[in-house]
Write a protein that binds this ligand. Sequence first.
Ligand SMILES: O=c1nc[nH]c2c1ncn2[C@H]1C[C@H](O)[C@@H](COP(=O)(O)OP(=O)(O)OP(=O)(O)O)O1
Ligand SMILES: [Mg+2]
Length: 200
Amino acid sequence: MKEIVIATKNKGKAREFKTFFAKGNIVAKSLLEMERFTPDIEETGKTFEENAALKAEGISRYLDIPVLADDSGLIIDALDGRPGVYSARYAGEDKDDKANMAKVLEELKNTPMDKRTARFICMLAIAIPGKETLFRTGYCEGRIAFEEMGVNGFGYDPIFIPEGYSKTLAELLPEEKNQISHRKNAIDQLEGLLGDLSHV
Ligand SMILES: O=c1nc[nH]c2c1ncn2[C@H]1C[C@H](O)[C@@H](COP(=O)(O)OP(=O)(O)OP(=O)(O)O)O1
Ligand SMILES: [Mg+2]
């Protein structure tokens, strides 16, 4: 079975990558399942692209195999694009999803529905030893709800209502989210690159 290493320690992302790649008979292996030690990569970049490259290249260089990384986040128009690149640590270093959502909801408490537009972005970086790193991007447009709704998914899913829906991503089934998400849209653009990425 072919395998692709995903440079993530996020359980929610790892689960989604597994589902997407299983359709192509490829095992997506996250850093949470690595039997070998892998270094922690500090996300010091100022853009999604820089952070995705840091993660993919850092792990690819260390293991000397092709590696895919995902840097993603939520861009809210009424907050001038915040939390953006800092989505994971918006309310503090401990990456607390509940605290992050509470901070966003508090900041938007006086913002009416028509001004709550937002989008998720997924920036994929593909690092292959000896080659230049490639990037693919996907978006998911929507609005920020007034309260958390639903328990599926991860991260900011309970407060994100995708365009054309009246439920949050956390109220959709995983297979419904996976048809419209930023991650799905980015992965769709990988196409022929998957063969170059897999090893074993
Ligand atoms: O589909 C999603 N549904 C809800 N929230 C999401 C999604 N996709 C990204 N997000 C949020 C989670 C986190 O607050 C930030 C990603 O931060 P990001 O640095 O890319 O990931 P991370 O630190 O959790 O794991 P890692 O760097 O090991 O891949 O955006
Ligand atoms: Mg991160």
